[in-house]
Design a binder for this molecule. Sequence first.
Ligand code: NAI
Length: 461
Amino acid sequence: MTDEAPFDVAIIGGGPGGYVAAIRAAQLGARVALVEKDRLGGACLHRGCIPTKALLRSAEALLESRDASTIGIVVKDATVDFGAMMAWKKRAVAQQAEELEKLIAWRKIAVFRGEGRLVGPGSLKVGDDLVATRKIIIATGSSPARLPVPGSNLPGVLTSDQILELETMPESLVIIGAGVVGCEFASIFSALGARVTILEVLPRILPPVDEEIARRFQQVLRGQGVTIHTKASLQEIRAEGDRLRLLFALGDEQQEVVADRVLMAVGHRPCTDALEEAGPALEDGSVAVNERLETSVENVYAAGDVTGLYMLAYVASYQGIIAAENALGRSRRADYRAVPTCVYTLPEIASVGLREEEARARRISHKVSRFPFSALARAQLLGQPRGLVKLICDEPSGRLLGVHILGPRATDIIGEGVLAVQTGATAQDLAHTMHGHPSLSEAIYEAAWGIIDSPFHLRRL
Ligand code: NAI
């Protein structure tokens, strides 16, 4: 790399890791190149966070319109127009994508359309063109994995990318994997009226979520008619006309289920194809980075799913910012003490910090407080009284160790918990802070009072 390099930093991949890194670099006055082979926005905008939330909105609207007569609004025959719903999802994505293109252009970031490849230390090619740059950030993301079982490539066996392109609504759907993706689609499709079956290999659903919260959500799903098999090991998928027969082991028993479509939601794999020729060191298939997001190759950084650390859009953006700052001479270390988990189910799940079972296993002296949304005015008014806020605090200091929420807009109100865990706030800090009324955030406030004394609006404890 020479001083004549036209770019200070070139970023491979225009998802939330890469494009946010590009904006941060531009904010710092750098000359920035952003290389993208598809559309800016990455999996999050085109195949993940955004389209799924558009569908979730439709599912929510359907459920709300069915209940609306209880609050004086009569909606006759609310039904699903699947085509129109998918068109809405497409519009929502297109609008965001258009805005993002404008934003990147406004920041004067040079976008190279094509496949970027790292061809030597500090050498980047897009197609046949060499892009001269001082620093490189790899942000090539991940793609959905498929299980290596017979039949996993049959038509009708879909990844989360493909299920978003369905043209007709399946009457029945089997979801393999009860992680975040599996549970989000289970919520959406069961609300829309599909018969949903989940097969999960572990003894419980949603492994990253507090056990009690996951158990309660499992009851909600079952209440909605979703069949959930845990400790279920898929063995084979067979085509049966237009339908699919799945053979699986449930303990010692052999079982089968037939469905119109199958969703494989068993995790994502980092995309490292762009690196083969001059790659930084990989660890378990991910680009290995240190806390400064530096790879094993000098002047080459990585951010987002390709690092295999969390595989979350907002972690990717956080890492992208740090990678950009470090590439441009600053010195920042990534701090993962307070990484929120946000699961967009019905109702939502969100959490941060230590789970109760972890606190117990690590023999941390702690106190737990729970506050149910059924006792909260705002949740009642919204017609969403299911769920709870659960706080885990260090004893005796009261420092917040974990916040776990199942309930309305959990993914919004977790922000307060994330800040509390990140800054080392105590339950008293939260309890002595005013919260608007009526608001959903009062559930956190009430639970905090449960730690230092007792909640105000709860008779039974
Ligand atoms: P995941 O790793 O979260 O969950 C996969 C699930 O499949 C696990 O519960 C696992 O035990 C199960 N599984 C694995 N092998 C299996 C088998 N043979 N049979 C049955 N079950 C099996 O992966 P997921 O849900 O596909 O998500 C991919 C990535 O995308 C994750 O890193 C996730 O965090 C991220 N993501 C985040 C979202 C959010 O933050 N709201 C939304 C969507 C994805």
